[in-house]
Design a protein around this ligand. Structure first.
Ligand code: OOG
Ligand code: MG
Length: 254
């Protein structure tokens, strides 16, 4: 099997917003191979000038695992091109079938050189925030196996982060919701994320260290959605809310 060709197929699908068939339809890949394909496809983005700005965890909640029919946590890479700034509009033509989900974000104040724990975490983060993640599977009909979605960089395609709050701000047991044009379309609790979103932060640092990925000062960790993801459409105003962290809004271009 040619990993480079599979990485290229996924990279092209993302670049041209054209869906592609699942790798698992023709190849029998294991988890290590799917992370290898993810890594090769990311190198194609880096060659086009994109910069790594952090990592995201996926399927950290039962709600997400059940929605997508998978059974394990996954991780993917975030780049500067995926980040939206306040008031910037999302252009649907760059996406295949995007969905939004409410998330909690952490910002690193220091390069990661140890796995974070409840004891040392406050020395390594300087902010927490509510965020919207936009996921856009490159596979037809948003259908995939665990191996497929990992190779596809865990559907990562966009995110926007709300106002940063102090690192010590409580992130567990917060009501979280996703609103479209002011109406709640998904609601959950931040404890749906591994029992406490801080667990995602710890897990992200463990996975990064185990896999030789450098997490650096200023990098962002997305903890994974507390609720199922929701399809978004042109002209909508998408908002994520979390108790104590306020809200963040993303406008979808009409
Ligand atoms: C994979 C990405 C999952 C999350 O927060 O659980 C994810 C997908 O559902 O397409 O980002
Ligand atoms: Mg997510």
């Amino acid at each position: 099997m040619n990993y480079n060709l599979l990485a290229e197929k996924l990279d092209k699908a993302a670049l041209y917003a054209e869906p592609t068939s699942q790798i698992s339809e023709t190849e029998n890949i294991n988890l290590d191979e799917s992370y290898a394909i993810q890594s090769i496809s990311m190198s194609k983005r880096y060659l086009r000038g994109e910069k790594l700005v952090g990592i995201k965890l996926g399927f950290t909640s039962k709600a997400k695992m059940e929605q997508m029919g998978v059974h394990d946590m996954i991780w993917g890479r975030l780049t500067d091109r995926m980040e939206y700034q306040a008031e910037e509009e999302l252009d649907m033509s760059q996406f295949i079938h995007p969905r939004a989900e409410p998330e909690i974000a952490f910002r690193l104040s220091k390069d990661i050189d140890v796995v974070l724990t409840p004891e040392n975490a406050m020395d390594y983060i300087d902010g927490v925030a509510v965020a919207i993640e936009v996921i856009d599977s490159r596979y037809e009909n948003f259908k995939f196996s665990l191996e497929d979605v990992i190779a596809d960089n865990c559907s990562s395609s966009g995110f926007i982060i709300g106002e940063w709050y102090p690192a010590k701000t409580v992130v567990n047991n917060l009501n979280m919701s996703l609103l479209i044009n002011g109406e709640t379309v998904q609601a959950g609790n931040s404890n749906a994320i591994l029992g406490n979103p801080m667990e995602s932060l710890y897990a992200a640092t463990r996975l990064a260290i185990e896999n030789g990925e450098n997490l650096l000062e200023g990098h962002i960790i997305l903890a994974g959605a507390a609720t199922p993801a929701h399809y978004i459409k042109a002209g909508q105003i998408v908002m994520a809310y979390a108790d104590g962290l306020g809200s963040v809004k993303l406008n979808i271009q009409a």
